[in-house]
Structure formats: C-alpha cells, structure tokens
Design a protein around this ligand. Sequence first.
Ligand code: SF4
Length: 304
Amino acid sequence: MPKSVFGHEYRFMDRKELLSFEELERVARTFVALGVEKIRLTGGEPLLRKELEKLVERLATIDGLDLTLTTNASLLARKAQALRDAGLDRVNVSLDSLDDATFRAMNDVDFPVARVLEGIEAASAVGLPVKVNAVVKRGVNDAGIVDMARHFRGTGHALRFIEYMDVGTTNGWRLDDVVPAAEIVERIDAVFPLEPVEAGYRGEVAQRYRYRDGAGEVGVITSVTQPFCGDCTRARISAEGKLFTCLFAIRGTDLRALLRSGASDDELREAIADVWTKRADRYSEIRTDRTAELPRIEMSYIGG
Ligand code: SF4
C-alpha cells in the first residue's frame, strides 16, 4: 500500500462495512460446502484486524479445512502463539529481500528485515509451518535471490519466488521489471544445484525444485511467463464481502448484500456456485504492457 496513495488523508472503510466474524464464518462454511479445502486470510495485512485470532478460532472448527495466514510478519512475533492456539495451520510470510536497505525501500514504511525474521522464528517455535514469499523485481531486489536461497536452505521454511505482477494500478508495472522464473532457477542452480519436483496436486501454483544436496526445496511462481489460468481454483472475498474470481478483476459480486438481506444458506450457495460456474478468467494468459494499464482492484484490497 504505497504511502503516496494510502497516506494520512486516505479514508478507509467504516467498520460496519466490513463483514463481521460471524458473516465471514458463514461465507467460509458455504464455500467449504461447495468443495473449498483451503482458506487463506490475507490483506492488506490481516493481523491489523482486531482479534483476528477469534476469526481463526471460528474457522478452525470447520472440518477438513487447511487454514493459512498470509502476513508481512510485522505483528507475527506477538501473535504467533495466540494464532496457533486458535487453530491456525500455517503461515505465509512476505519477505522480498534480506538486505535491510532494499527491504525498507520496498516496503515503503522503513520496516526492518530483522522484525520479519523474528516473526518467522516465533511462528516456527510455536509449531506453525512457514512459507516465505519473495516478489522479485529486476534492478530492485534480484541481486539478492541467491542470498535468500542460502539463508532459507536447510531451515525447513519453504521459500518461493514470485514473478512481479501488474496487480492493481499503483505499482507502475512494466514487463521489463519481471525476472522470469527460469532465470531465478538458473541463478540459484548455478550456486546450489537443483532438480525439479513433481507437482503435488493439480493447480499447485508453485513449480518446486529440490536442492541436490538435500537441503530442502525452493519454488517459483510463474504467473507472468507461464500463466496457469486454466488450473486456477482461487476465489477471493474482500473485507466487505465482494467475491472476485480473478486477481485482476475489475468488479466483484456483492455477497454482503445477500447476507444482510436474510438470504438462506441455499440461496447463498446458489449465488456463489452461479458465479463460479460462469467464470472465464484468463487475465495472465492475455497480459501485455497494454492490459497493465486497464483499471482493476489493488492487491492490498484483494490479497494474493
Ligand atoms: S490471472 Fe486470474 S484466472 Fe489467471 S491465474 Fe491469476 S487469478 Fe487465476
């Protein structure tokens, strides 16, 4: 969320516009009834939501659900135990560089790397498996790819590099800024030899590689150079209850209006199924420098 856009003057949503924890649980249960097996709490930054662990506690009671939190880890050291106790299954931590100056510049709020690493260790110490996600931008943090690999090899924390995407319109994306996943793998392989790992399941977004010396795995997400829209199985719910079927959508379906107008569980289920069966999203397959200029929602609004 760039400071220049979301500064002091920015008017954030009123609390009553957000879905309550009860409403979020109802939506989650409906999605699970329709076949969803994984839920990720994302943001912006989800740990900024007051008493998030209470939402985790509610969602953790849903049978057969894998519940993950995606966070910048700024508050993770403080919250890890409560989240674990509430039933969270795992965390994804965003960390784009281990170089403090680079990281501070990228996060735009002068936030230090050390605090993120502290959050990762705290999560790990309470038994939460951790994945680390790094978005790679050419000329900004790509010089640190091998350092990241070196740091997380052998720690048990899965590291995934993500091709820089044109999400939203505030990041000034250009195709030239993208470091292709193949190049990322090549750079790591030159120092720490790698071999590919078979995909664990259909629709797995990360291509995985294992270190030949047994020091674990690293993954790349090829959203730009090898789009995977045909296998995309993700739906997204914004904080105020809009359903989006693509990260690059312009508008969503208002589930909050349905929830607050007294819709039955069947009506809610039908509305969601209707949106999902009609979706034909394939933004990444048709992306060009020109499509990057089209209006769309911001990443901080819809999560990853
Ligand atoms: S561009 Fe949209 S449809 Fe394609 S993989 Fe990304 S979210 Fe899924």
